[in-house]
Design a protein around this ligand. Structure first.
Ligand SMILES: [Zn+2]
Length: 205
């Protein structure tokens, strides 16, 4: 994952989105810069006044969450949620058996051709408008699982359907944070308890 995908919002001033490619991220507003430090868990922070420090990733992620995470950019002044991103969407078309030394070891998902589209989120779910396909609505209360990798996000849906999104110019981490937050809120509003797991399936208690 690109560093600006992980730090999609400035940990210091809250500006959203951050700039950057690969292992560098910088804030267009306050000019704080980040790069990879020693090991996976440390990032080097260079402040505009020249102060440099190594800071744990978890500290920076907590600062982003503490300042509202993905919500301030997604929330409109009237309180509604309206955010969208260009994606490549692919639907599962089947499962292929995987054999090793003649023994069935499991199944691997076989995904259909990726189709360009726009993924839009509101308070109750997400809507996909993909080229040449009917609009697909996925309400938060129907989603069975939300799984993420460094580059994509997958939703499991009723009827054994599965759809995968790759974000063309947005952070998969932002979308994971945003959908988890809104899904939890939708469960609470519906009196379905607190969501405690998102994968391999959504569990509320
Ligand atoms: Zn900043």
């Amino acid at each position: 994952m690109a560093l600006a995908d992980l730090l999609y919002r400035c940990p210091r001033c809250g500006f959203d989105p951050m700039d950057g490619e690969g292992d560098d991220a910088s804030c267009p507003a306050c000019s704080t810069r980040y790069s990879r430090g020693r090991g996976d868990r440390l990032l080097v922070e260079r402040r505009p006044d020249g102060v440099t420090a190594e800071i744990p990733v978890s500290t920076l992620v907590a600062l982003i969450e503490g300042s509202g995470g993905p919500l301030s950019r997604a929330e409109r002044p009237d309180g509604s949620i309206d955010y969208s991103a260009d994606v490549l969407a692919s639907w599962r078309v089947g499962e292929e058996p995987v054999h090793h030394k003649g023994v069935l070891r499991g199944f691997s998902e076989s995904m259909g051709e990726p189709v360009p589209g726009v993924l839009k989120v509101d308070r109750d779910g997400v809507t996909l408008r993909a080229q040449g396909q009917a609009e697909a609505r996925m309400a938060f209360l129907e989603i069975r699982a939300l799984q993420t990798s460094s580059s994509s996000l997958q939703l499991s849906l009723p009827g054994d359907r599965l759809v995968q999104f790759r974000f063309l110019a947005d952070s998969p981490r932002r979308w994971e944070d945003l959908l988890r937050h809104l899904l939890r809120a939708a469960y609470r509003r519906a009196g379905k308890g607190n969501v405690v797991e998102f994968q391999p399936r959504i569990v509320a208690e």
